[in-house]
Design a protein around this ligand. Structure first.
Ligand code: SAH
Length: 459
């Protein structure tokens, strides 16, 4: 077989112009149509780069010098941005981030979805794109006798001690600082992956932005936490509005953070928070959106697209702890939610009760199995909402939607590429995509969330 001749060689130094950003925030430059992915490059910039790795269809390079900078380039605010890897776009101004995310969505709609006549709205961003995350979860290590905690250096398990995280609420930074200090003072040893010894593995802090309530979760290797009483007393004395201290025991040799045993050390089992009118009780293991402010924006858009009058039957597929279901139930006749994780459905039912919502019903199982069953039993939706994980909707679910023919489908997605793929399938099955509204749930990172409205063309 003839070897394919690539337009560049490894270690070659060349000059390139960046054309685009990938979905994970790398710059893209092309040499005779051959794409090179290059960290830190921004669209429009010209740079001298060195080719580092070549594959058949694409390669990698690194920047040696930027000749012409983008007008959207800024100096990253965070001192550990380059090492940390938690954010990917701090070198791009927030205005530039929103433009890039809109382009990312409209590109995949054309390239993957081949969707025509769709309105793609500008990204709904945050007024202040910092300090938005309500949950912090970091591994614990040790340096010169003291405890450290923070993210791993990219592609390693070396912990970078984090004093503050600029996308995290300040309350959580404070919790992490105090846990390190207090546990260090009482001789708690960090868990060591190599020897499989030590006590404290991870610390999670969760803050209810509306309620102001704080939860601390200590994830330990051992069931016992030495000096437990003293540690609890000091945490309670120093953390304002602390409502819950929980210990989770994970004694396994694993990268998975949580173990199966969870016990309340002090206070309540849950903290509460609210999105709009709906209250949520959040336990240590519950999934809860990390940016509640933008979640409200996203769900309000979903509610607007659903266009409910009070007479509709709605299905919420991939419903998690029932967040969207409860939002929709305020305006629908009946909402059916389905989700694969049993604990999430426990939370969903509890949250329905907490809010006195009676017109929802939740089921545990795969959306692609439960919804066809419902359909056989005569449950048909006027509006069907999906909010699948990154891989998108299962084909069997899309098939059922096309049989059931709900008048409207509201597709909430955290991955524009699989969204575009699924919209194409639904368009071929009798739907038209009218609008796509991207929402910036994760400023400074490369992620973008979308809410889209599809209607049946034959109704
Ligand atoms: N709508 C929720 C959660 C969306 S995340 C919210 O906004 O909070 C996607 C959810 O889909 C996760 O909770 C995941 O557990 C669930 N899930 C994944 N595969 C599934 C499947 N095949 N059927 C049903 N739920 C699934």
């Amino acid at each position: 077989m003839a070897k394919v001749q690539l337009p560049v060689q490894k270690n070659q130094i060349i000059e390139v112009t960046f054309e685009d950003l990938t979905h994970d925030g790398n710059g893209v430059a092309k040499v005779d149509g051959y794409p090179l992915f290059i960290a830190n490059g921004l669209p429009g910039e010209r740079a001298k780069v060195k080719v580092t790795k070549l594959n058949k269809g694409y390669g990698f390079a690194k920047i040696l010098e930027i000749y012409e900078k983008s007008r959207y380039r800024v100096i990253p605010e965070c001192p550990i941005y380059e090492e940390c890897g938690g954010c990917q776009l701090q070198h791009l101004s927030y205005e530039g981030q929103l433009i890039a995310k809109e382009k990312q969505v409209s590109d995949v709609m054309q390239r993957i979805g081949k969707i025509e006549n769709v309105t793609i709205h500008p990204v709904l961003g945050m007024e202040s794109p910092w300090r938005y995350r309500n949950k912090s979860q970091v591994p614990i290590g040790e340096r010169e006798g003291g405890l450290i905690g923070g993210f791993y250096r990219q592609r390693t398990h070396d912990i970078i001690d984090m004093k503050e995280c600029l996308i995290q609420v300040e309350e959580n930074d404070h919790v992490l600082k105090k846990v390190k200090e207090i546990c260090g003072k009482y001789g708690i040893k960090p868990y060591d992956e190599k020897s499989h010894k030590g006590v404290l593995r991870h610390v999670m802090a969760r803050y209810g932005k509306i309620s102001g309530e704080t939860m601390i979760v200590l994830i330990t290797k051992t069931a016992e936490l030495p000096n437990r009483k003293k540690i609890i007393a000091e945490l309670v004395a120093t953390i304002p509005n602390l409502k819950s201290i929980v210990q989770n025991v994970n004694s396994k040799r694993t990268n998975v953070i949580f173990g199966n045993e969870t016990k309340v050390l002090w206070g309540r089992e849950t903290i509460t928070d609210s999105i709009g009118e709906i209250q949520f009780a959040i336990s240590a293991r519950s999934f809860y959106q990390v940016n509640p402010e933008q979640t409200k924006v996203l769900y309000e858009k979903a509610l607007e697209y659903a266009g409910l009058t009070g007479a509709e039957t709605v299905i919420d597929a991939y419903c998690g702890i029932g967040t969207i279901s409860l939002f929709l139930a305020q305006k629908a006749k009946k909402v059916y939610g389905v989700e694969i994780i049993p604990e999430a459905i426990d939370d969903a039912r509890r949250n329905a009760q907490l809010n006195g919502v009676e017109n929802v019903e939740f089921a545990v199982g795969e959306a692609e199995k439960i919804i066809p069953n419902w359909y056989k039993q005569g449950i048909e939706a006027d509006v069907l909402v999906v909010d699948p994980p990154r891989k998108g909707c299962d084909q069997a679910l899309l098939d059922t939607i096309m049989q059931m023919k709900p008048k409207k489908v509201v597709y909430v997605s955290c991955n524009p590429a699989t969204l575009a793929r699924d919209l194409r399938i639904l368009e071929d099955g009798g739907y038209q995509t009218l609008e796509v509204q991207p929402v910036d749930m994760f400023p400074m990172t490369a992620h973008v969330e979308c809410c889209s409205l599809l209607v049946r063309t034959d109704k």
